[in-house]
Design a protein around this ligand. Structure first.
Ligand SMILES: Nc1ncnc2c1ncn2[C@@H]1O[C@H](COP(=O)(O)OP(=O)(O)OP(=O)(O)O)[C@@H](O)[C@H]1O
Ligand SMILES: [Zn+2]
Length: 614
């Protein structure tokens, strides 16, 4: 849709408003490239693009603003250069990490009317979410994984934030499965990549795993795992010296002796099929199979293992230590041949190098169409978030989020589900737990002010009790609490409390009062124009003490004053609304999650098909 289309949709007045708006796009990858094009065509006045990375060959199939000649150039600047010729928007590219608060302090984020996330990792998403909560600026969150995708508009204080619902973390396996009893190829790949490769060519030593990570209580098994780790250290030395004659010994140790030792722990094999150590297999240096799409024989894998080990040994001489990269052919071949050989020993089906690459890189193939659909929805829904459309039911929770479901499950049902947004989760550790504000200091206060003075100022200004505690959330350390004042005499600079440090201040239990002041997160800013220190006012909100109730964060308003939805951090709502919303959400989510198992419930036509006008 060209600018004229959007102009007709929103009307000239709002269109000229859009031309005065500044938007931030974080990430210029798969979704980011699509979104940048959309935002330009929509006619936003100024668009800033941030990305920390450079362009890789493997990006070219879907990140359509990049060409072969751009490989190794910065994504943000290259993306901007590619669209400049058709853009009426002012474009600004930044190569950097969005979480770098020196380059992108909160005051920098403040200039934007809306933020768009087009990221690929949780920590950056969480960070931008927090900035949006601090500033009360809407955020459009988005992501894809293969055919699955989602967008979530986040309006601070009014709708759920990114952290209001629990997020899936990457799958891990117990150590005993990886080291002693693999039963799937993925276990062998994790062994080859995270253990063997790391021990031989990486930094070497690894942390001792905890009992919980071990996944077993069997003392003989734990002892064997620890012994094996020590022995590998010897292999590490051979590899460091680059002694190629030892390759055969390495093969024997890993695939014969270690397996024989495992077999001696009889407990392990009562209910499992026993592994079979390699017979007398010699590696051959001629006749190497280099076809990554072919199914290699055991001999092919052994030959490749020997060859890639020698190559990596040589590289270690100039590169010191190596870090696994799925796109590095030598590393990939080492991991694939080691994983396949181990798989053979444990009676697990081997796979091609190409397949193992997907497993080793945790790759879900990125689908360009999903990215385009998600970026399209993200940009369209921003019109509603920014209140640019005439819609009858325009409350924030009448705006939809959207999910796409696996195309393989489409059949006659729908690809797109668009449940309405929910209000903030009162138990959310991010948006509901804290009030938020900014403390601004000048250079001199930052250098000379003591932590104790800062704490006293905060206590006086915001009405915390003597029992308050202070955490540095950025480096995750406790700075002070009711019986810890050792750091009081240190300066803020001495404590490395820099621009962008986030301090969490909370009241601890006080005996007389069963309510305490709601915790506050402070973002530290530096500005030489302020006189000593600047603390904005924040309404006083009290909460019931955490240990006395199941719903700790339910806010209680002080002294019977009217409920206030102040800086957007708090929204007080009644139980019933919450329960109803929860029910609706569950239904909506199950539409997507159960799509593959059950017949997906019919989605309300109006909700599902049209995102703009529900
Ligand atoms: N903290 C961050 N600051 C700025 N940009 C970031 C940050 N974290 C991730 N990104 C960028 O977000 C983009 C996400 O895009 P995408 O999901 O397409 O990943 P990709 O790295 O381009 O592709 P792939 O991971 O599939 O190789 C990347 O370009 C990445 O550099
Ligand atoms: Zn939240």
């Amino acid at each position: 849709m060209g600018s004229n289309g959007i102009e007709r949709l929103v009307g000239n007045e709002r269109y000229s408003k859009m031309q005065g708006m500044k938007v931030l796009l974080v990430g210029a990858g798969g979704i980011g490239c699509e979104l940048l094009k959309n935002l330009i065509l929509m006619g936003f006045g100024e668009i800033h693009v941030v990305d920390l990375d450079t362009i890789d060959m493997s990006n070219l199939n879907r990140q359509f603003l990049f060409r072969q000649r751009d490989i190794r150039k910065a994504k943000a600047t290259t993306a901007v250069r590619a669209v400049e010729y058709f853009s009426n928007s002012k474009l600004v590219a930044h190569q950097g990490n969005i979480m770098d608060s020196e380059v992108f302090p909160l005051s920098w984020f403040k200039q934007f009317n809306i933020l768009f996330n087009a990221l690929d990792n949780l920590s950056a998403r969480r960070y931008v979410n927090k900035m949006s909560q601090f500033l009360n600026v809407p955020l459009l969150e988005s992501g894809t994984a293969g055919f699955d995708g989602h967008i979530q508009p986040i309006i601070p204080g009014k709708t759920e934030c990114f952290d209001c619902t629990a997020k899936e973390t990457p799958k891990t396996f117990p150590i005993c499965t990886i080291r002693s009893t693999p039963s799937q190829l993925v276990h062998c790949v994790v062994w080859a990549k995270n253990f063997l490769f790391q021990q031989l060519f990486g930094g070497g030593e690894q942390e001792m795993p905890s009992q919980e990570d071990m996944g077993t209580n069997d003392p003989s098994e734990i002892e064997r795992i620890n012994q094996e780790t020590d022995e590998l250290y010897q292999l590490h030395e051979w590899v460091q010296y680059g002694d190629e004659t030892k390759v055969y010994d390495i093969i024997k140790k890993l695939f014969v002796h270690d397996i024989e030792k495992l077999l001696m722990i009889e407990n392990l094999w009562r209910t499992r099929r026993k592994p079979v150590p390699l017979g007398n297999v010699q590696p051959y240096s001629e006749d190497i199979n280099n076809d990554h799409h072919a199914m290699w024989s055991l001999q092919d894998n052994i030959n490749k293992f020997a060859q890639s080990t020698k190559i990596l040994m040589k590289r270690l001489k100039s590169e010191k230590s190596l870090e696994f990269d799925k796109d590095d052919q030598d590393m990939l071949e080492f991991v694939a041949s080691a994983a396949n050989t181990r798989a053979h020993i444990f009676n697990i089906q081997m796979k091609t190098v190409f397949d193992i690459k997907q497993i080793a890189g945790n790759i879900i193939p990125a689908i360009v169409t999903t990215n385009a659909i998600i970026a399209g929805l993200s940009s369209l829904v921003s019109l509603r978030v920014l209140n640019l459309l005439d819609i009858i039911s325009n409350g924030p929770t009448n705006i939809p989020m959207a999910f796409t479901a696996k195309a393989s499950n489409m059949s006659s049902h729908r690809y797109l589900v668009a449940p309405l947004l929910a209000p903030p989760n009162p138990k959310c550790p991010v948006c509901s737990h804290y009030q938020r504000t900014v403390i601004t200091l000048n250079q001199e206060s930052w250098q000379s002010m003591k932590l104790g003075d800062l704490i006293k100022k905060i206590r006086d200004r915001y009405g915390f009790s003597e029992e308050m505690s202070v955490m540095d959330m950025t480096s995750n350390r406790l700075l002070a609490d009711f019986d810890f004042d050792d750091l009081y005499s240190q300066t803020l600079q001495g404590l490395r409390l820099n621009i962008g440090t986030i301090l969490a201040v909370s009241d601890s239990i006080s005996k007389e009062d069963d309510t305490v002041r709601k915790p506050i997160e402070f973002y530290l800013e530096l500005d030489n124009l302020v006189n000593e220190i600047d603390f904005p006012a924040l309404p006083l909100v009290r909460v019931i003490q955490e240990d006395e109730t199941e719903n700790p964060e339910e806010p209680k308003v002080d002294d019977g004053e009217p409920i206030f939805v102040d800086n957007g951090a708090i929204l007080i709502e009644d139980e019933e609304t919450r329960a109803e919303v929860d029910k609706q959400r569950k239904r909506a989510y199950s539409n997507v999650e159960n799509a593959s198992i059950t017949k997906r419930p019919k989605v309300d036509e109006a909700d599902a098909a049209i995102i703009l006008l529900d």
